[in-house]
Write a protein that binds this ligand. Structure first.
Ligand code: MN
Length: 255
């Protein structure tokens, strides 16, 4: 099967779609209200660039929060998953799997606080078949168009951030009933901007990570994926004890 895969890639019958946003000092990061501690963004520090500090080589160090840019949430990130895997322990079987893409970009264009429901998933299943075991649900909202601008991406006003997410009951269903292993979004986190006021707060984090499942955020190019039939890959850094990591997310798609 891998010979066929390699030949299909070489001959262009399988396309690789990069689902990753670029990492730089301007990559949007989440902003928590007082009194919570916030995360640093991504910063490069030049060590040498073919100069006195290293005449033949260019290299940098970088600093970054674990939850910066396109990144992976490990179960231990949330208190409900505190005894579960850190990001170095996540089995790679969970980081690769069939993708289904539910497109709610039209609904989100009309209402940035749109919440995905179990009925949305049932409607998707009636058209495209059952959700795949070991798979990832990728939630297309059109929010990736805002990903180069912190203010547009967070979309906050005096009542807080307004970005799309998922209903509490749907988050619980994905965690406890569905055969999926992960949930991927285009927004800064897997929960809605207003999910701080839900019960429980941040239900996607609460239920999915507590069920030893995963999240990936700040995805790009979901519009290039079919509703079913793509293979999703997310490769986080193997940070020992880490709660998450920036990752390279991609999909293999039949051309
Ligand atoms: Mn995160």
């Amino acid at each position: 099967v891998l010979v066929v895969l390699a030949r299909s890639l070489a001959e262009g019958r399988i396309r690789i779609v990069d689902l990753t946003q670029p990492l730089s000092e301007s990559t949007p990061i989440i902003q928590l209200p007082e009194p919570f501690v916030n995360t640093p963004g991504f910063n490069l520090h030049e060590l040498s660039r073919y100069d006195d500090r290293g005449p033949a080589w260019y290299w940098n160090s970088f600093e970054s929060g674990e939850h910066t840019g396109t990144h992976f949430d490990a179960p231990i990130h949330w208190v409900t998953g505190r005894n579960l895997h850190d990001v170095s322990q996540v089995p790679l079987e969970g980081a690769i799997g069939p993708a289904v893409v539910i497109d709610k970009s039209a609904e989100v264009a009309a209402d940035p606080d749109y919440l995905l429901t179990i009925d949305d998933i049932r409607a998707f299943e009636s058209e495209h078949g059952q959700l795949p075991g070991g798979g990832w649900l990728l939630y297309r909202t059109g929010w990736d168009a805002r990903a180069q601008d912190q203010a547009e991406f967070l979309n906050a006003n005096e009542t807080g951030p307004h970005t799309p997410g998922i209903e509490t009951g749907c988050a619980r269903w994905l965690a406890e009933e569905s055969p999926l292993v992960g949930f991927g979004v285009e927004t800064v986190g897997t929960d809605a901007g207003v999910a701080h006021s839900f019960d429980p707060a941040f239900p996607c984090h609460h239920f999915l990570l507590g069920a030893n499942k995963y999240g990936v955020t700040q995805l790009a190019n979901l519009a290039q994926l079919p509703p079913t039939g793509a293979l999703f890959v997310a490769a986080p850094l193997k940070i020992e004890g880490g709660s998450g990591s920036p990752c390279r997310a991609l999909a293999l798609v039949p051309a």
